[in-house]
Design a protein around this ligand. Structure first.
Ligand code: CU
Length: 464
């Protein structure tokens, strides 16, 4: 297997940007062909209250896709909505024409295919709609789901699998009296982002998850529009962080909480084998002080407020807990000392909120303006500065990066692997090591607070 992967790697190196073309079809081990239809539908989120939601693959939230490394991701996409939409494959460096650039949309009633080779090792990715100015509204109503990449190296580790591998899409939503997911942000919501007062896990409000008394692999994805989550168990039990945004860490790191900004993922191993049958433990976003101007305002629950997410109930005996391997993976690291270009991105905002108020390097998104030009294959050192009073998750399309240093604190456990989104707190500077090596073409970088993004906190980035 390893030899075959090496061989394919070598072929890909010579194939270069052909990855999106016919060459990728020859290289792909198999095709993960699927049809995804974006549609409007009724679901019962809160008992007795039908809610109009948006679905991809006829599920709310959107259908979980599982692909294998070196598969051809092959999605026939149809837009049955009455608004334009598209799909972005968050975290995977897709070819630019398949990446879901905000201007590259499928009009109401239209269709297209998304097709590219999945070259990345096993990891927890996701996909969501990404049309300019409409991302927040569409993701809020349901257009987001898991995209899980699996491979043989990961399988050989013997991590909990099957029913013991639980992808958990964590979101906050604002509960309205009529049970609707009407997206109508207020002035304050546009500043802080849309914060909800109800925790949803895989689309269900505070579900009870029946588990066996053994270890579980939880794939945590913060799919909120704006809420930063400090995910923890209410009994402060320790768990092992095994993966971040883009796959496994070198080694597990013990922790009692994991901070996830919108767009970020972490995988944890949690052990219920010491719990008596019948015990319950709540998974929450624990309280923290955000210092943001949105605190206590906007009608939802404030940024940093305690938000219950799910209750785990240990309801059956289970197999012996999985043994955690000493080494999980070898993260393909860049040496930060070898950067040959430097760049600085300053995230800021001015009043009043709304179009043009949120800026990166003083600029608000202009579809026809290319703001950042990078050379393919050249390693760069990026400094991301947050001058505003709001936390901003900085997300880059077209590649993955490393977090090198934070000015405000040490790196968090899930930041020790490759990433595509990094949280930058007010006043903080974060240093990244980054290189675009896969495809040339037009991508974007932006804030993953979806209200900020829709208000223009986004730049066009061209890889040449
Ligand atoms: Cu932001």
């Amino acid at each position: 297997m390893r030899r075959r992967e090496c061989l394919r790697r070598g072929l890909m190196a010579t194939a270069g940007t052909l990855a999106a073309g016919p060459a990728s079809r020859l290289l792909a081990q198999s095709s993960a062909a699927t049809t995804l239809v974006a549609a409007s539908s009724q679901r019962e989120i809160w008992p007795g209250q039908p809610t109009t939601v948006l679905t991809l693959g006829d599920t709310f939230p959107s259908r979980t896709l599982r692909v294998r490394r070196w598969d051809l991701l092959d999605v026939d996409f149809r837009n049955d909505l009455r608004e334009a939409t598209n799909i972005h494959w968050h975290g995977l460096p897709a070819p630019p024409e398949d990446d879901g650039h905000p201007m590259d949309v499928v009009l109401a009633g239209g269709r297209r295919s998304y097709r590219f080779l999945v070259e990345e090792p096993a990891g927890t990715y996701w996909y969501h709609s990404h049309p300019d100015g409409r991302t927040a509204s569409q993701v809020y109503r349901g257009l987001a789901g898991f995209l899980i990449v699996e491979d043989d190296a990961e399988r050989a580790l013997g991590l909990p699998a099957g029913e013991f591998d639980l992808p958990l899409l964590l979101q906050d939503r604002r509960r309205r009296a009529d049970g609707s997911l009407t997206y109508a942000p207020t002035f304050m919501d546009l500043m802080a982002g849309m914060l909800g007062d109800a925790g949803l896990v895989n689309g269900a409000p505070q579900p009870v998850v029946e588990v066996a008394a053994t270890s579980y692999r939880l794939r945590l994805l913060n799919g909120s529009n704006a809420r930063v989550m400090r995910v923890a168990f209410e009994d402060a039990r320790r768990f092992d962080v095994i993966a971040g945004d883009c796959g496994l860490l070198d080694q597990a790191v013990a922790a009692t909480d994991v901070w996830l900004a919108p767009g970020e993922r972490a995988e944890i191993l949690v052990d219920f084998s010491g719990d008596p049958l019948g015990r319950t433990v709540r998974l929450v976003s624990a309280a923290f002080s955000s210092g943001g101007p949105g605190m206590g305002m906007g009608g939802g629950s404030a940024q940093g407020a305690l938000l219950p997410l799910a209750t785990f109930r240990v309801s059956a005996p289970g197999p012996p807990p999985a043994r955690l391997p000493e080494r999980l993976a070898t993260v393909a690291r860049l040496d930060p000392a070898r950067a040959s270009a430097r760049r600085r991105f300053v995230m800021d905002m001015r009043m009043p909120p709304g179009p043009g108020a949120f800026t990166i390097n003083g600029l608000s998104f202009e579809p026809d303006r290319v703001d950042v030009k990078v050379e393919r294959g050249v390693q760069e050192a990026w400094e991301v500065v947050n001058l505003s009073g709001e936390p901003h998750p900085f997300h880059v399309h077209g590649t993955q990066f490393q977090v090198v240093r934070r000015s405000g604190q040490a790196l968090m456990p899930h930041e020790r692997g490759l990433k595509d989104t990094v949280l930058v707190w007010p006043g903080e500077t974060v240093e990244l090591a980054i290189r675009f090596e896969r495809h040339a073409g037009l991508y974007i970088l932006h804030c993953h607070n979806l209200e900020h993004e829709d208000a223009g906190m986004m730049l066009n980035l061209e890889v040449r």
